[in-house]
Design a protein around this ligand. Structure first.
Ligand SMILES: [Zn+2]
Length: 196
């Protein structure tokens, strides 16, 4: 049996710099196990207005699906047109940039009425922190499940009282932790997660 050689470095397809493997986000779809663009290039792209809208739009599509709602009624480019004409967008976006891209200040889109999906008239711009807090509030009546944080080899690190608390501890979105607990994604912040 031949031993698979894992290279220590990789060339970024965007900036073309050769960087250590650890400078690339994990991407199990790629044969190298890492993304083709380095983390720095990926992050700077996600931080542009169009990159931000792309991230928001793809999360709206998957959230609508998991909530059993219709997909967003608008396209990604219509959402971009909407966002840039919102009065508060410039202020929110510049505050996020000025903070050095703190997750809690990231512009986010909130549904005004929870029973309705992503349609114009039912969406408003807020910061990620406001949106997360609101989600937390509406979940208050529900019994929260404890979550277990593990290394990828299965060793237990810690038990958190809820996905929200775990999210705060590792600086991740609680939704992403819930997805990892449900097996919809392998890891979140490089850890494995389980409901207990
Ligand atoms: Zn790069």
């Amino acid at each position: 049996m031949t031993k698979r050689i894992i290279p220590n470095n990789k060339q970024c397809t965007v900036c073309e710099k050769i960087k250590p493997m650890l400078d690339f986000h994990i991407n199990t779809a790629d044969h190298s196990g890492r993304a083709s663009a380095c983390a720095e290039c990926t992050n700077s792209k996600r931080r542009t207005v169009s990159g931000l809208v792309k991230t928001i739009y793809s999360s709206q599509k998957s959230l609508s699906k998991s909530r059993g709602h219709n997909p967003p009624e608008y396209s990604e480019s219509e959402l971009l047109d909407w966002i840039v004409t919102e009065d508060s967008f410039r202020t929110l976006y510049l505050a996020w940039v000025g903070s050095g891209y703190k997750t809690r200040l990231k512009p986010s889109i909130d549904r005004i009425k929870d029973d309705y999906g992503y349609v114009f008239g039912n969406i408003q711009l807020v910061t990620w922190e406001d949106n997360d807090r609101k989600g937390h509030k509406s979940n208050c009546g529900r019994k929260t499940k404890r979550v277990m944080q593990l290394y990828k080899n299965g060793d237990i690190i810690k038990i958190h009282s809820s996905a929200d608390d775990a999210g705060i501890a590792v600086n991740a979105v609680a939704t992403s932790i819930r997805r990892a607990c449900k097996g919809l994604q392998y890891t979140c912040r490089g850890y494995s997660w389980k409901y207990i």
